[in-house]
Design a binder for this molecule. Structure first.
Ligand SMILES: Cc1cc2nc3c(=O)[nH]c(=O)nc-3n(C[C@H](O)[C@H](O)[C@H](O)COP(=O)(O)O)c2cc1C
Length: 200
């Protein structure tokens, strides 16, 4: 079995919804064993609640060292100033030991994200995430154009060859659309298919 981890951070629930769709897609691949985990929150509990934090926190919290147990890791993060969230960065900055031992070399890595606005940095978030994966020696997989809804201009939506994404709205009022969830499922299935060929 190829082991696939969907590892995310979410504050208001948009990435959490995308993570569930990514996992759903990955589970469609026979021979893939899929888990969803989240990185730890770094915002104090009272501040999280007062500021409207509502990701349901159902997923187990991952430990940095356990990334070595998976064949593929699909990372989900909200855009923060055009980059990944600090919570995700903090988690990844604790993987120096894995880098030292080469524990992630040859594993599959992929990224999806969410931003408030259409041009608020979805592509820069994924593209600035990728160097971390390459330093770890991971094989980077995106969202190929064979997922054709990213070509459509029928509605405002996220999604690019770099990875699935969703537009949350300035107040977080917009949850991922059906097309965005479809792209997330496609990415999960695509990564799991590749991981199964490599490791299954
Ligand atoms: C500190 C901070 C910085 C942010 N920076 C951006 C940004 O650069 N571009 C953007 O479109 N949205 C930005 N946002 C909005 C988040 O991307 C948005 O809340 C997130 O995608 C929602 O996903 P979540 O519900 O999974 O947390 C920012 C939000 C915060 C709190």
């Amino acid at each position: 079995m190829a082991k696939v981890l969907v590892l995310y951070y979410s504050y208001y629930g948009h990435i959490e919804a995308m993570a569930n769709a990514v996992a759903e897609g990955a589970r469609q691949v026979g021979g893939a064993q899929v888990e969803i985990k989240r990185v730890p929150e770094t915002v104090p509990d009272d501040v999280f609640k007062k500021s409207g934090g509502k990701a349901n926190q159902a997923a187990a919290i991952a430990q940095p060292s356990e990334l070595a147990n998976y064949d593929a890791i699909i990372f989900g993060t909200p855009t923060r100033f055009g980059n990944m969230s600090g919570q995700m960065r903090n988690f990844l900055d604790q993987t120096g030991g894995l880098w030292m031992s080469g524990a992630l070399v040859g594993k599959v890595g992929s990224v999806f994200c969410s931003s408030a606005t259409q041009h608020g940095g979805q592509e820069s978030t994924i593209l600035t995430f990728i160097p971390t994966l390459l330093h770890q020696g991971m094989v980077v997989v995106g969202l190929p154009y064979s997922e054709q809804s990213q070509m459509g201009i029928d509605e405002i939506k996220g999604g690019s060859p770099y990875g699935a994404s969703t537009i949350a709205g300035g107040q977080g009022e917009r949850m991922p659309s059906q097309q965005e969830l479809g792209m997330a499922r496609y990415q999960g299935k695509h990564v799991a298919t590749i991981a199964t060929k490599l490791f299954g």
